[in-house]
Design a protein around this ligand. Structure first.
Ligand code: ZN
Length: 141
């Protein structure tokens, strides 16, 4: 855990978040600057800077949850496709240095260069509700 790390603060509930899923090891939240509606971040609760630091077993568990959440996001926001993105290092466009996996809904005809704008927390909460419903109805976590 790091005091400086924004994701560690979110894990400790010291920063606002729209959570979709949480267990002892993993937290899934909506990105507050989404590439598209339903853009979700899945993060290990323990602070690992990148994919090279996390033990293999924990990485395996993380990606098991990523698979389940990706399905729930797809249903929750009616996406035509889902991109999974996981950046390691500045050269790979990693911005927050706490390992995370992006689940990005894609839509037919959507431009990929859309600027990322901050979205209101209560709007995010509504999207989170829809995705959580999909987690509960379609997936047994
Ligand atoms: Zn952290």
């Amino acid at each position: 855990m790091s005091d400086q790390c924004v994701f560690c603060r979110i894990v400790r509930n010291e920063a606002s978040r729209s959570a979709i899923y949480e267990d002892d090891e993993v937290l899934a939240i909506l990105d507050f600057r989404p590439v598209s509606e339903g853009h979700t971040l899945v993060i290990p609760k323990k602070h690992y800077e990148n994919i090279f630091e996390i033990p293999e077993e924990e990485a395996a568990y993380l990606f098991r949850i990523v698979k389940k959440i990706a399905g729930a996001v797809r249903l929750g926001v009616n996406a035509d496709g889902i991109s999974l993105v996981q950046n390691n290092g500045k050269a790979a466009n990693q911005v927050v240095f706490h390992l995370h996996v992006h689940i990005i809904p894609r839509y037919e005809g959507q431009k990929s260069s859309r600027p990322r704008e901050v979205v209101e927390a209560n709007f995010l909460d509504k999207v989170a509700d829809r995705i959580r419903e999909s987690v509960l109805t379609e997936h047994t976590l």
